[in-house]
Design a protein around this ligand. Structure first.
Ligand code: XMP
Length: 513
């Protein structure tokens, strides 16, 4: 059988996932494995090529992550990137020393030798992205220097006869000119792969792996209605059918119509094994009188775990907890991929695996958000679900400033529904990152007819963002803002004033809390 798999050996770089993503975008299947994986195990996976990632360490410090040099003798092309290059140099007999001139960020690369990695790249100089403190001073025997920068003579090296290539810079980051072409050359000119991989094969492969790992055990999965947990659930249900138990907790803090839209839809179209838990009472009673946002989050988090766990314990033979964790949720530490990776607490049902001794299944943990959307399309999920705005786990509770009561929830739901509706009607819903209403804990004076009123203020927040790390307020056309405001004031009883939030993140956040 032809071999189509690229193994990426992770030495802890923040860009390892990006390498995997670029390889996927080029149509080749790739897997990331920690650098502690023994080389015979890597070899048994029959890779067509191996990429050694960057990493934060220096190859010369004691206990620096390393790899058995046998990896260079497997007869498989190897590309070393940054730390991967230094390791290749050191292990094969070159010399690596701390640089006198450290290079971080952009620098100019001059290509020095015609090798397959540079095929089709004619520019005499390229801007590339560097991030390193060490430099290769001498190439190993049999290697030639293939590029330089103003600060380092050996910014890339190769031994084409053995299929060994290395670059000191990061071809995977967008700031590196022709970086994608270099990776393409490695895959197609050096390793002679064919671009046959697609999201369809990701779905197939994920289902196969899940079946293999889960066996005949039962799996629980928290379904929030957001795209990540929905895609994870639909994928896994394809793998193990009704042995996937999707638990949807109605915490009373959902948007208007949310339960019907999302859960009803999934029930009708995907035949999921759904456990719908009505827990509004317990959540709302515990939130009574609580104003502090952190306190609210804690109460909601704990109550969620309690309700979820109670339901999970009712199911016999549960061994796994499935989650829609994405790559950006996995905070990259120097630790390598594996159980030690830290996960943002608000994105998972933290606590459960420990108390119930469940193993985690995270079919999406290698993917970025836009890739999950592609998987969703592949699975046949509807656009309305694929493009839904992010909605926080603690729901409307963090959009009601101050105490959460049924009356305030109802006001916010109605106002929020109008925001959603008007954004969609004007064709702006899919253009923005997120849009919603917030209920403020104050009343102001107004007039309606001849009467003086004293009622709530609603803030409207609409932001543009790429990843929620930074965001800017959306410059919505004033007619849309006008419609939103008029409708909220006319239709939502108890509101007489609407304001638009014009703060960016940072220093503000997206949610008000
Ligand atoms: P902030 O307010 O920190 O929000 O700028 C960044 C993004 O995260 C979402 N968010 C949450 N998502 N659970 C979630 O699943 C939460 O507790 C939570 N808090 C904020 C927020 O909606 C925005 O998209």
């Amino acid at each position: 059988m032809e071999q189509h798999k690229v193994l990426i050996v992770d030495f802890g770089s923040q860009y390892t996932q990006l390498i995997a993503r670029r390889v996927r975008e080029l149509g080749v299947y790739s897997e990331i494995h920690p650098c502690t994986t023994p080389v015979p195990v890597l070899a048994a996976m029959r890779p067509a090529a191996i990429i050694l990632s960057g990493g934060p360490a220096s190859v010369n410090v004691p206990h620096a992550p390393t790899i058995d040099p046998m990896v260079f003798a497997l007869g498989v092309p190897v590309l070393g990137i940054c730390y991967g290059m230094q390791l290749m140099a050191k292990l094969l007999g070159g010399a690596v020393e701390p640089s006198t001139d450290r290079e971080y960020g952009r620098t100019e690369l001059t290509i020095a030798a015609p090798i397959p990695l540079w095929q089709g790249i004619d520019e005499p100089r390229l801007t590339v992205w560097m991030s390193h403190g060490d430099t290769v001073l001498h190439t190993p025997p049999g290697f030639v220097a293939t590029a330089s920068t103003p600060a380092v003579a050996i910014a890339a090296m190769a031994c084409p006869q053995r299929g060994l290539y290395a670059v000191q810079f990061h071809p995977e980051v967008a700031h590196t000119e022709r970086g994608v072409d270099m990776l393409r050359n490695f895959l197609f000119e050096v390793a002679h792969l064919a671009p046959t991989w697609s999201m369809a094969s990701f779905v197939e492969e994920t289902i196969r792996q899940a079946r293999e790992r889960i066996g005949d055990a039962q799996v629980v999965c928290g379904l929030s209605g957001g795209i990540d947990s929905t895609v994870a659930a639909v994928l896994l249900s394809r793998a193990i059918g009704k042995r996937l138990h999707c638990i949807f907790v109605d915490n009373g803090l959902l948007r208007a119509g949310e339960r019907e839209e999302v859960i009803g839809y999934l029930q009708r179209h995907f035949d999921l094994n759904l456990h719908c838990i009505q827990a509004q009472e317990v959540f709302l009673s515990r939130l009574a009188g609580v104003e502090d946002p952190e306190q609210k989050r804690k109460i909601i988090g704990h109550t969620f775990i309690e309700v979820f766990e109670a339901e999970a314990r009712r199911i016999d033979g549960v061994r796994f907890l499935a989650q829609g964790t994405l790559y950006p949720d996995v905070i990259e530490s120097v630790s390598f991929k594996g159980p030690s990776a830290v996960i943002k607490s608000h994105h998972n049902v933290g606590g459960l695996p420990e108390t119930m001794a469940l193993e985690l299944v995270e079919p999406l943990r290698e993917l970025f958000k836009d890739e999950v959307r592609k998987v969703a399309q592949e699975l046949g999920l509807p656009d309305a679900l694929i493009w839904r705005h992010p909605f926080p786990g603690p729901g409307l509770a963090i959009r009601i400033i101050g105490e959460v009561t049924r009356e305030r929830l109802e006001i916010l739901r109605q106002a929020d529904r109008i925001v959603q509706h008007e954004l969609s009607a004007a064709g702006w819903y899919t253009k923005v990152w997120q849009g919603f209403a917030v209920l403020l804990p104050l009343k102001t004076v107004g007039v309606m007819g001849d009467e003086r009123t004293y009622e709530h203020v609603v803030a409207v927040r609409v932001v543009d963002s790429l990843d929620a790390m930074t965001a800017d307020w959306t410059r919505l056309p004033s007619e849309i803002l006008a419609r939103i405001s008029t409708r909220i004031i006319n239709e939502v009883q108890g509101v007489n004033r609407v304001v638009y939030d014009i703060s960016s993140k940072p220093p503000s956040t997206i949610e008000w809390e």
